[in-house]
Design a protein around this ligand. Structure first.
Ligand code: CMX
Length: 140
């Protein structure tokens, strides 16, 4: 099966506070917020910052719990994941599973910005937590 990812959709960066990080990124890099969301299922608050050709996703924990909170406690702020856009996420998950990559999400689930998403385990992706996303039709 021939498979390749399409492009880097975004890079996720773990931060302790969204308002402070948004202001910092505005002053430092001149980046503006495109969208802010609370993802209750992931216990995170996120802000997407527009950058030509890609996006930065700032992630902060809510309620002192969840994967981002654990990451911040053990590693501190920094790059949390990379997200590749794929044409067909169901096909992509079959591809990675066939290669023995541990799927954190065995089935794609709804993500921000009209996407379906799934995570691959960092230990099988050169130490990088890897997200896949497929844009649903209405986003095109
Ligand atoms: N990037 C790279 N490595 C990571 C990592 C990350 N983001 N998070 C954890 N790890 C590493 C740890 O350093 C650890 O390595 P060692 O065993 O060498 O010490 C190993 O993975 C296990 O780490 P852990 O702290 O015990 O973490 P867990 O096993 O509890 O969970 C993970 C790790 C990646 C499976 C979990 O964080 C997860 O399921 N993540 C996917 C979902 C997610 O991150 N959601 C956040 C919000 C996403 C969004 O809204 O966009």
């Amino acid at each position: 099966m021939l498979f390749s990812v399409q492009e880097i959709d975004h890079v996720g960066i773990a931060v302790p506070s969204i308002p402070e990080a948004v202001e910092h990124y505005r002053r430092l890099h001149g980046l503006q917020v495109e969208l802010r969301e609370t993802v209750v299922s992931q216990a995170t608050e996120v802000a997407f910052l527009d950058i030509p050709g890609s996006t930065i996703e700032l992630l902060a924990p809510i309620n002192g719990s969840g994967a981002v909170q654990k990451f911040l406690v053990s590693r501190g702020p920094g790059i949390h994941h990379i997200c590749y856009a794929v044409a067909d996420i169901d096909l992509a998950l079959k591809h990675y599973a066939a290669l023995g990559v541990r799927l954190i999400d065995h089935q794609a689930r709804p993500g921000a910005r009209n996407t379906r998403i799934a995570f691959l385990h960092p230990k099988d992706c050169s130490g990088v937590l890897t997200e896949l996303c497929e844009y649903t039709k209405q986003a095109m």
